[in-house]
Design a protein around this ligand. Structure first.
Ligand code: SF4
Length: 220
């Protein structure tokens, strides 16, 4: 069987592929947009689709063009399949939003750099959402791990999911500084990675062991 092109997802026509470049926290630049547009034109991309994970998918590439497209883009693969942290979504927070109570982009960037795309670290697909205030535009309660800024510090939430078995995440700590929130998120990821079953997502892991046991594992 021929090897799949790098970072490519076979489409339902069984002939063409989608690629999803890594766009940390969905923050774009004119240069990224120009590169995406150029590649889309050059390789006759059929659909340019904004994904729910704040990324842009180029859909409908021929297999022989996938590697060329990656080379032209000079961007990393944004994992859309596989057992790893796929993305960290975040709202603008205090960078621009008038409601912001915390630097959601700053906190999210640190988590993103540490975990996104690292294979063999995480037992299942994992998504993280960081919101700059309680309005929760980054869907923090519906992500495997979430953080929400309040006037008195960060809340950290685990076990959310918006998929076929939806679950509202559990609050495990609040009133955290930026550094404390980052440290706790890392601890949650590491504890989950070490103690869950293969392919068991965070919400299912939390349900299986119980939120109090999870808290004990990461807050002790
Ligand atoms: S969650 Fe709050 S800070 Fe973030 S974009 Fe929404 S309203 Fe603004």
């Amino acid at each position: 069987m021929a090897e799949e092109p790098r970072g490519a997802i076979l489409q339902r026509d069984k002939k063409t592929y989608a690629i999803v470049p890594r766009i940390p926290m969905g923050v774009l630049t004119p240069e990224i947009l120009e590169a995406l547009a150029k590649v889309s034109r050059k390789y006759k991309v059929r659909i340019i689709k904004i994904t729910s994970g704040q990324r842009i998918a180029l859909v409908g590439l021929n297999p022989e063009d996938v590697e060329k497209a990656w080379n032209d883009l000079a961007m990393d693969v944004g994992p859309a399949e596989g057992l790893c942290v796929h993305y960290v979504q975040a709202c603008p927070g205090t960078l621009t939003c008038k409601f912001g109570q915390g630097d959601s982009l700053g906190l999210a960037a640190k988590v993103e750099q540490g975990y996104v795309g690292k294979q063999d670290v995480i037992p299942a697909k994992t998504k993280i959402g960081v919101s700059g205030c309680r309005l929760c535009c980054a869907e923090s309660y519906l992500r495997d791990i979430g953080a929400v800024a309040e006037p008195d510090g960060w809340k950290v939430i685990v076990g959310g999911n918006s998929g076929g078995r939806p679950r509202i995440g559990d609050l495990i700590a609040e009133k955290l500084t930026d550094d404390q929130a980052l440290a706790l998120i890392k601890k949650c990821i590491d504890y989950y990675a070490k103690n869950s079953k293969p392919r068991e997502r965070v919400p299912r892991f939390v349900e299986r062991i119980g939120i109090e046991a999870f808290k004990k594992g990461v807050l002790a």
